[in-house]
Unconditional design. Structure first.
Length: 225
């Protein structure tokens, strides 16, 4: 018995192959988690009653597996050698990529696009925002979009302030973060900061002047009469 697996096997897909056993009727294939020296109830029967000389296997995860083939006829059984296959699938998270925006510095209308480059092996992307510089993904961030298939995200109606953005690329093997970018929004149409109580002082001032004018006018009328 032999296999066409690599050493180690890198994808969990391989075939077991064996030569012809004289006077054989059928073959059975077994697997176990340790070296096999006999057939007993601890083994996993993968297939039985086959007449071919190979067996295809797929979907194996990281680990070491032991296989044996049993040749059978009406007079008994003969065991092959035990073949060990080690699977070591290399996990490949998305590749590095960069994030930028077309916002002005500062941005004056609160509308801009976030744009990022292609991340190798990425399935999709998520976009996050925060009020301070982002170094990791946690519950304090605001998720703006999830499972984005493309490379652009539009932002609009942002008020004056400083915003921090990051994009995360995803695949089955992990996540990769982009750089964090800063967008400063300064909208000229936003109301300016007012002096506390200024409006109230202004109202009382106008009211005071009006009362003074009324009193003066009455005084002038009385003086003339």
């Amino acid at each position: 018995l032999s296999s066409n697996s690599g050493t180690p096997d890198s994808d969990g897909i391989f075939s077991l192959n064996w030569g012809t056993s004289a006077r054989v009727n059928t073959y059975s294939v077994y697997r176990h988690s340790s070296y096999i020296t006999e057939i007993n109830g601890s083994l996993i029967l993968l297939t039985s009653g086959i007449t071919s000389h190979n067996h295809y296997l797929s979907g194996y995860s990281n680990g070491t597996y032991y296989f044996i083939v049993v040749a059978e006829n009406t007079y008994g059984e003969t065991l092959s050698n035990c073949e060990a296959v080690t699977v070591a699938i290399l996990k490949i998270p998305p590749g590095s990529f960069s994030l930028s925006s077309n916002a002005e510095n500062p941005d004056t209308d609160g509308s801009f696009n976030l744009v990022w480059t292609y991340s190798t092996d990425a399935n999709n992307y998520s976009v996050y925002r925060h009020s301070s510089y982002i170094t990791e993904i946690n519950g304090s961030l605001t998720l703006l979009a999830d499972e984005v298939p493309g490379f652009i995200f539009s932002c609009s109606s942002y008020s004056s302030g400083t915003y921090y953005f990051i994009v995360v690329a995803h695949n089955d093997d992990g996540d990769t973060l982009s750089n964090c970018i800063t967008v400063i929004v300064e909208r000229p149409d936003a109301p300016q900061d007012e002096i506390p109580g200024f409006n109230l002082v202004l109202i009382f001032g106008v009211l005071g002047v009006s009362i003074a004018l009324i009193i003066k006018k009455k005084h002038d009328i009385n003086y003339q009469t």
